[in-house]
Design a protein around this ligand. Sequence first.
Ligand code: AR6
Length: 204
Amino acid sequence: LDKIPTWREENRSNDKEEEGEELTGGGGLSDKVSLYKGDITVLEVDAIVNAANSSLLGGGGVDGCIHKAAGSCLYDECHSLNGCETGKAKITCGYDLPAKYVIHTVGPVARGHVGPTETNDLTSCYQNSLRLMKENGLSTVAFPCISTGIYGFPNEPAADIALNTVKSWIEENPDKITRVIFCVFLETDFAIYKKKMSVMFQDN
Ligand code: AR6
């Protein structure tokens, strides 16, 4: 985790290094979030979030990558969980992953449509994942862009939901979470998150 800069650190090295500007304090919102582009299965965090389906028995996309990297014990534990409803989340061990736990959440099947149901369900995915973090005393987590792949949730509104929900949660639970990594896989999502985070996390 030390290798992944916080949003504050990243923006300091980009913009302010040459000016030699001293940074004050810390502990702001931008110290608690990171934008990382790449494979979520390599991240050494307390928990990575899986964009699963309601069977929890694996599939394609990030779900397939996580099951492959975690090994068959993950499948066995998932098999014992009796599935998961859309918007809900369940936690398992991380097995062969560097992450200690996997939080499996089921995003809405949007197929390009964003209505109140899709919006509420995707918001619930982030909230219920963060709630499980809190209940299990975990402090570092990485989220993929839930529902934006096979489930077809448009990228831009999905990023708004992810960022706003996480931001509110950190503000309401300031002592619980020390780092949330937004783990994007595609260049389009990287650009969307970068633009939005620059506006939302300005205390750097
Ligand atoms: N690390 C991080 N992000 C990834 C990785 C990875 N290794 N691989 C893909 N992504 P998707 P969904 C990104 O389709 O839309 C499965 O079959 C990907 O580029 O994985 O919620 C499940 O079993 C995209 O940005 O999840 C379900 O049936 C994001 O992860 C269904 O897909 C989510 O894309 C869930 O669909």
